[in-house]
Design a protein around this ligand. Structure first.
Ligand SMILES: NC(=O)c1ccc[n+]([C@@H]2O[C@H](COP(=O)([O-])OP(=O)(O)OC[C@H]3O[C@@H](n4cnc5c(N)ncnc54)[C@H](O)[C@@H]3O)[C@@H](O)[C@H]2O)c1
Length: 268
């Protein structure tokens, strides 16, 4: 074993985090909220990040933030529900960086409405963006990953993929579908060296969460139902995303990692 004088770093010690060194990561929904946080976190871990969003302004803003911390990024305006646009986005990734190692499937929408009030158009749009969008991105990225013999896919579902909340019927159905999609991907792609897992966030403060504002009383009740008594913050949403994209999760395939402060563990 190499010895190291006190006060000196051992050989090979790096102060920079490098869990995704030289990896190429596609992050959908990278123009806002959880996706933007993941873009920055992946970049800090050494990845080159393709920021995918249908809001080009948001995606460009994320790329500027990547560049501000000395990393390279590429913004690609894409509607993830459109197969042609998704395939073109992966082609643009290959043209810029040559490969795809990681896909973080984060783009999503919600339109709060009761089942009785949900229109067919609302139902179809939520399913198209949240579920078809994840399928299309997964399929396009996995086709490259199969050729390379490796890849990590992280799908964003929700605690509402397994439990119901009023006015979230279409959203919950889309998120339940994402869990099934992820499990099939884990089973079919595992033999090719490709991992598929999902993150199920609970109550994370983002623009989407703010789109259905709660009264102070509702917020108090929500926080009281979370054993950790707080919402998820930046580190809470990026830590699991880094873990599932890195070699640290090399025997983890086909799981849903719930990130909710213990909310769904409680019956109180
Ligand atoms: N915030 C939470 O509490 C929470 C909880 C559970 C799950 N989630 C999930 O996390 C993911 C990110 O949510 P967020 O809270 O960061 O929301 P957000 O609204 O801040 O970010 C979503 C991003 O997706 C993009 N987007 C929407 N439709 C798109 C499309 N058709 N094509 C490409 N991009 C599109 C938006 O422009 C936006 O940048 C979503 O899948 C959401 O369902 C969030």
């Amino acid at each position: 074993m190499t010895s190291c004088p006190p006060g000196l770093k051992p050989p090979g010690y790096r102060t920079e985090p490098t869990r995704l060194e030289d990896k190429v990561a596609i992050v959908t929904g990278g123009g806002s909220g959880i996706g933007r946080g993941v873009c920055l976190a992946y970049a800090r871990e050494g990845a080159q990040v393709v920021v995918v969003d249908n809001d080009l302004e948001g995606a460009n803003d994320t790329v500027r933030r990547l560049e501000a911390v000395g990393r390279r990024g590429l913004a690609v305006r894409t509607d993830v529900s459109d197969a042609v646009e998704v395939d073109a986005m992966v082609a643009a990734t290959l043209a810029a960086f040559g490969t795809v190692d990681v896909l973080f499937n984060g783009a999503g929408i919600t339109i709060p409405a009761s089942l009785l009030d949900t229109t067919v158009e609302q139902w179809d749009r939520i399913l198209a963006v949240n579920l078809r969008g994840q399928f299309l991105c997964l399929r396009a990225a996995a086709r490259v990953m199969v050729e390379r013999g490796h890849g990590k896919i992280v799908n964003v579902t929700s605690i509402l993929g397994a439990q119901a909340r009023v006015n979230r019927g279409a959203y919950g159905a889309s998120k339940a579908g994402i869990i099934s999609l992820m499990q099939t991907a884990a089973v079919e792609l595992g033999p090719h060296g490709i991992y598929a897992n999902a993150i199920a966030p609970g109550f994370i403060e983002t623009p989407m969460a703010k789109s259905a504002p709660a009264t102070p009383e509702e917020t108090r009740r929500k926080l009281a139902a979370i054993p950790l008594r707080r919402r998820g913050d930046h580190a809470d949403r990026t830590g699991p995303a880094i873990f599932l994209a890195s070699r640290e999760s090399d025997y983890v395939n086909g799981i849903v990692m719930t990130v909710d402060g213990g909310f769904t563990a409680s019956v109180d």
